[in-house]
Ligand binder design. Structure first.
Ligand code: UDP
Ligand code: MG
Length: 206
């Protein structure tokens, strides 16, 4: 049986995954990378929260429960949301803004958080090129999350959920980072932007 190729050709579309524990600063640093390198930034968590709040979504309750419990939403849901968002971005940005026709550079933030997602995305959506990994201490992350909790309005920015998110990160996400480290694809950046910028320059040739 022939295996279908991925939806997006990795010679035309570049996918950079951005990983790191909860509150490691992924979203913040991605925002800066977008300004400097013209990436399209997709946050898996944001896409899930949008789907959760979309009227008529059949996944709303499932997503809400997973996010509160700090567990991983079944991969089919998240992968489909990412695939749709990538397709939409490519259609929108076929010219100008440093994007050439049909090409795209994506920073996918907070994904893949579990091995099954990593393998499935690489195989069916687009083979990823690099993983930027923000390594920070649990203490640092907790501090940031509690600070963020004051304004984020996020249902999972509370001590109970945060503890569960740390647990899931260790059990499910660390193996993903080890997997890509084994493939030589991981660029580790401590939470500071200069470090991250230098590493991304090397990857993106910017
Ligand atoms: N999530 C998920 N799959 C993903 C990404 C996120 O199930 O691929 C869920 C998971 O429950 C996670 C939550 O969304 O705890 C929030 O993710 P986000 O990346 O927004 O948060 P952070 O990294 O700040 O914890
Ligand atoms: Mg985030």
């Amino acid at each position: 049986m022939a295996i279908d190729p991925p939806v997006f050709d990795n010679s035309k579309v570049t996918v950079i995954f951005v990983l790191g524990g909860p509150g490691a600063g992924k979203g913040t640093q991605c925002g800066r990378l977008v300004e400097d390198f013209n990436f399209c930034h997709l946050s898996a968590g944001d896409l899930l929260r949008a789907e959760q709040n979309r009227e008529g979504s059949e996944y709303g309750d499932l997503i809400r429960t997973c996010i509160r419990e700090g567990t991983i939403v079944p991969m089919e849901v998240t992968i489909k949301l990412l695939e749709n968002a990538m397709g939409a971005a490519l259609k929108e940005k076929t010219s100008g803004d440093g994007w050439t026709k049909g090409r795209g550079r994506f920073l996918i933030d907070g994904f893949p958080r579990k091995m099954d997602q990593a393998l499935k995305f690489d195989e069916t959506v687009c083979l990823s090129s690099v993983v930027i990994y923000f390594s920070t201490t649990e203490e640092g992350m907790l501090g940031r999350l509690l600070e963020r909790a004051k304004t984020s309005g996020r249902e999972d920015d509370n001590v109970e959920s945060i503890k569960k998110r740390f647990r899931t990160y260790k059990s499910d996400t660390m193996p993903v980072i080890e997997h890509y480290t084994g493939q030589g694809k991981v660029a580790e950046a401590s939470g500071n932007y200069v470090d991250c910028l230098q590493r991304t320059k090397r990857i993106a040739g910017g």
